[in-house]
Design a protein around this ligand. Structure first.
Ligand code: HEC
Ligand code: HEC
Length: 352
């Protein structure tokens, strides 16, 4: 997973997100994200108390559904067994954190997903709920540091207040993992380039009856775009190639957990994308981790998405249908070759 997440050196994207949020847009979420000053000037929305989130069985259940089905918190914040199909966290490590290391990032970098379990000494046991809200909406750690954007906060900030509250209730129910993790270390150039996002005061519930709109909300939370868009040499998403695949992940995704390279695939409605998948095949792919007879690597978080309801998978499919088609051939069953379009080396690269 180390270099897999080289992709998330999305510094320019962060700037973009800042731009969006300072305009009070937050269009990505499907819901309207309001920054504090906007909210005030428009009258006071009904804002959930996110300082002291009430634990309810409904929130625990919704939070579990979102985390285990869509948001994949445990995939980064636990030791993972990617050789198992579906991939699963190793027992006793859930929320206990994981060292990603340097990957292909600049020398002097070490990225660590911290221990966010309820352990009071090494985890988040004593943090107020507010710390989780700030981490998920602004990319600010409990100690005030700006979080490296491998943590997908620019996507998570679009979660509605109620969904955010549910996620926090569920994640804070993890058993203590009494394991210390080292701190993330960033070279100065990298540390200087990342900035927290503007505060978000209120994100309303998405309209679940509008399936395409709700599909967009789910696709944002599941941060499909972060993996399914190729990144340039600086870790920025290549514009014009959104959702068209080609980003290469290196990790224990081969047979018996051997190290393998796997590229994300084109999710747009093009002949080189997923126009060959009907709704039923799409749902089957995300439910089973194989597209007809072709198995999908565990780098693709189908191990989580398989827990989504068929209705929610249909909503995701409906939204993907609306993406601008991009012609970009990517195929992991073909030998990797250089691609002039995305400048990565992947199957069918030489055909682009
Ligand atoms: C793709 C990997 C990834 C996913 C998915 C992910 N995180 Fe993180 N998270 C990280 C990394 C890496 C950091 C630390 C970044 C740093 O130290 O600069 C982090 C930091 C955090 C922090 C701040 C911890 C502190 O020290 O203050 C919290 C809280 C957190 N994550 C919660 C979550 C929750 C809840 C989810 C799911 C909704 C989640 N994360 C999903 C990688 C991830
Ligand atoms: C952590 C990175 C990551 C995330 C997040 C991710 N994917 Fe993927 N996805 C991949 C990779 C890598 C593959 C290729 C797997 C293979 O070929 O074995 C893939 C393959 C797929 C395929 C198969 C396409 C085909 O033509 O066979 C579909 C469909 C898909 N992803 C949908 C999604 C959706 C929808 C989301 C968000 C809800 C998503 N992915 C999020 C990495 C990711």
């Amino acid at each position: 997973m180390k270099s897999a997440y080289r992709i998330l050196r999305v510094l320019l994207l962060l700037t973009l997100a800042l731009l969006l949020s300072s305009r009070g847009v937050g269009a990505k979420g499907g819901g309207e994200v309001r920054t504090s000053h906007k909210a005030k000037s428009r009258g006071t929305p009904v804002v959930l108390d996110l300082e002291n989130i009430q634990r309810t069985p409904e929130r625990l259940e919704r939070g579990k559904y979102l985390v285990e089905g869509l948001l994949q918190c445990t995939s980064c914040h636990s030791q993972m067994d990617f050789a198992h199909r579906p991939a699963q966290p190793i027992a006793g490590t859930i929320g206990g954190g994981r060292v990603f290391g340097r990957g292909s990032r600049p020398e002097g970098t070490s990225i660590v997903a911290p221990n966010i379990s309820s352990d009071p000494e090494y985890g988040a046991g004593n943090w107020p709920d507010r710390d989780f809200v700030r981490a998920l909406r602004q990319g600010i750690g409990h100690d005030g540091r700006t979080l490296f954007p491998l943590m997908p906060y620019e996507y998570f900030r679009n979660l509605s207040d109620e969904d955010l509250a549910s996620v926090i209730v569920y994640v804070r129910s993890f058993a203590p993992v009494h394991v210390p993790q080292p701190k993330t270390v960033l070279p100065e150039s990298l540390a200087k380039a990342i900035h927290p996002l503007a505060p978000v005061e209120h994100v309303p519930e998405p309209d679940k009856s509008d399936r395409t709109h709700y599909g967009k909300y789910l696709v944002t939370g599941g941060h499909c775009k972060a993996c399914h868009t190729p990144h340039d040499e600086n870790g920025d998403l290549i514009s014009g190639l959104e959702f068209s695949g080609g980003q290469v992940f290196t990790g224990p995704y081969g047979p018996n957990g051997s190290i393998a390279k796997v590229a994300s695939l084109n999710l747009t409605w093009d002949a080189s994308g997923i126009s060959y998948l009907d709704e039923a095949k799409f749902i089957e792919a995300l439910k089973t981790g194989s597209v007809t007879a072709r198995p999908l690597a565990t780098a693709m978080p189908w191990s989580y998405f398989r827990n989504l309801t068929v209705d929610d998978l249909k909503a995701i499919f409906a939204y993907l249908h609306t993406l601008t088609p991009v012609t970009h051939r990517v195929d992991n069953t073909e030998p990797p070759t250089y691609c002039r379009l995305c400048r990565h080396i992947h199957g069918l690269g030489d055909k682009n």
